[in-house]
Design a protein around this ligand. Sequence first.
Ligand SMILES: [Zn+2]
Length: 252
Amino acid sequence: MTLRIERIPTLSDNYTYLVVCDETSHAAIIDAPEEGPVALRVAQTGAQVKLILSTHHHPDHSMANPELAARYGVPVYGHVSDANRMPGQTNGIDEGDEIRIGNHVARVLYIPSHTMGHVAYVFDQARAVFTGDMLFAAGCGRLFEGNAEMMYDALCRKLAALPNDYLVYCGHEYTENNLRFALSVEPENPEIKERYEAVRELRARAAGDWHDATPAEMTIPSTIALEKATNPFMRAEDAAELGRRRTLKDNF
Ligand SMILES: [Zn+2]
């Protein structure tokens, strides 16, 4: 039973995802700031969009929700606390809720601190997690609404508890810069060095408009194991150290 995961480049460095149950063609759109590229990919794949999932309320992840919801006649899911600020939200969800997409189930993890209504969607059968702006490949989002304690809980307890082979799909193509920072924190870590060289080479092939980017130019997905080995925030020993690193990154 396969879940097809389409990576759609949006805005200047955002990732929108279209996840499609291969058996039923039922699909969900995850984090959509633009209608055009998403509608195009839906048409190309023949997916039947059944719902829209948002990881958090920021416009670069959600501002096309109303247009896409109207186009496909589908509900919009976001954290229950974001009912009044998530564009187009119809269904409030929280930790432990399960959402069906064809023969697949998305399980909700509540992971606040980038925003207080941030969630991740875990697809256990497909062994994938969509982490929005909380866990990036080799990095994490800014602490806009919560504190380092909450972020430590989200990254180093909840997400770190997922199986090592789970694929990590995040909200932005920030990996090269994140690894440059990771190297400044742990200059002698061979796994960070190796990942940085690989990502630098891959990203050097990227040219022109992000909207035209092909999978060969994308560093996503990562895995939980790779993040545990190379992500300086997931590797922080406690909340205080994570907070210190986040402040360093803000000024990097
Ligand atoms: Zn954000």
